[in-house]
Design a protein around this ligand. Structure first.
Ligand SMILES: O=C(O)[C@H](O)COP(=O)(O)O
Ligand SMILES: [Mg+2]
Length: 412
């Protein structure tokens, strides 16, 4: 019988084998007491199995409140479940691998670090329809990152003001623009008005230059709303939609994916409550796999020297995980979106650390707050990336690019 696996970092004061057995029981056929129907035959059919339990040594602990007391230690724990328990159902996999187990009192810390699915499960999920290749084809950008921005101020601009900003950005040669996650369908800038106003500008530039800038419209909402908003973007000639993962959940994402004819740009806002404590929640590689299986074409990974708490190494591990195949038979690559406090100053480091140009590099403040204005902001990012990929240092490139020189002065 095919099984899927979840790997955890477990912290407990209980004997680890006992804690592992309780977690496995709680997440499959068991509960706090044996119950009459829990026969050996049923357990053989449906119980979770402890595949690996490797003690990693003592720790100060407890990392989390409310845990049973004693001498705390850490262990690497791999559990498996029969696919028959959930079927090919990502919402139910989520309840299984990341459900009640986090609040068991034998758990002093628990972090989901990886998920592994059999080929048949991966094949049965929708997966990204566009990924890197499809995004490049639609945006016409090859051989370098898509240079992008987030409309700022995030919220408060009208549809017409947003379109005017898009006009400036298109004239400056930007590749990609997105709504902020706070801008969806509010009274000041209704979704439909924004799409119509922005797309008129994008189409006008495309007629002139032959290049249609990719705009990720934030359609986050209820399922019917998201479908209708997607259809409007498609009718207006748009090439991308954006959704907030944690707001719509896997079910909302799957409904959108099954309907969508455009790339889905997945914003991970809320990631902090899922990951910020190192002994709780998810590693990005595990969490993002569920969204990749659900069909995310682009996913956020922060960026080097970002404005949040995440360190550079973690950012790069996340980005590389998106570019790694989902399984032997299905690449399902999702394009990493570097966004959060990015400016022209992080291009060299990003290129050196990632070693591929298959990314979207999105700077909101880094373009809008450029000392010489948004058009110079776009230019500074273009010049920084061209220099980085040509092996020209930032200092050298800044001598030849006034926009880059101003970025170094303004953001350095
Ligand atoms: O939604 C995003 O990605 C952020 O708002 C990034 O904005 P910033 O580039 O100004 O940090
Ligand atoms: Mg934002």
């Amino acid at each position: 019988m095919e099984r899927f696996e979840a790997e955890y970092m477990l912290e407990t004061a209980w004997p680890p084998e006992k804690a592992a057995a309780v977690i496995a029981g709680e997440q499959s056929s068991g509960t706090f007491r044996p119950v009459p129907g829990e026969t050996e035959a049923l357990k053989a059919r449906s119980a979770a199995r402890v595949e690996v339990l490797e003690e990693l040594g003592p720790c100060a602990g407890p990392s989390l409140p409310g845990a049973a007391g004693g001498a705390y230690r850490r262990a690497r724990l791999v559990l498996s479940w029969p696919v028959a328990n959930t079927g090919i159902s990502l919402p139910n996999v989520m309840a299984t691998v990341a459900g009640n187990l986090f609040e068991l009192n034998c758990v002093a810390g628990l972090r989901l670090v990886d998920l592994r699915f059999p080929e048949g499960f991966v094949a049965g999920c929708p997966r990204p329809a566009f990924g890197v290749t499809g995004t490049r084809a639609l945006s016409g950008v090859e051989g370098r990152p898509l240079i992008g921005t987030i409309i700022k101020p995030s919220i408060g601009l009208t549809a017409e003001e947003t379109a005017a900003m898009v006009d400036t950005l298109c004239a400056a040669g930007i590749d990609f623009i997105k709504d902020d996650e706070l801008q969806a369908d509010g009274a000041v800038c209704p979704f439909d008005d924004r799409v119509r106003a922005v797309m008129a500008v994008i189409r006008a530039h495309a007629e002139r230059t032959g290049k249609a800038v990719m705009y990720a419209f934030n359609l986050t909402g209820e399922v019917d709303e998201m479908r209708a908003r997607h259809d409007l973007v498609l009718r207006e000639g748009g090439s991308c939609v954006m959704v907030s993962a944690n707001s719509v959940g896997l079910t909302g994402m799957l409904a959108l994916r099954r309907h969508a004819r455009l790339p889905i740009h997945l914003h991970r806002n809320g990631w902090g409550y899922l990951s910020r404590h190192p002994a709780l929640g998810f590693d990005y590689a595990a969490w993002s796999k569920l969204w990749r299986l659900a069909g995310a074409d682009h996913m956020h990974v922060n960026g080097l020297a970002n404005k949040f708490c995440e360190g550079d190494d973690s950012v790069m591990v996340s980005a590389r995980s998106l570019l790694s195949p989902l399984s032997g038979g299905h690449a399902g690559v999702t394009m990493p979106v570097f966004s959060s406090g990015q400016t022209a100053l992080q291009a060299h480091g990003t290129w050196a650390a990632l070693g591929t140009a298959d990314l979207i590099f999105a700077a909101g403040g880094g373009i809008m707050a450029h000392p010489d204005g948004p058009a110079a902001g776009v230019r500074s990012l273009q010049d920084a990336w061209a220099a980085a990929m040509a092996g020209v240092s930032l200092a050298q490139a800044a001598k030849e690019s006034p926009a880059l020189a101003a970025a170094v002065r303004g953001f350095g």
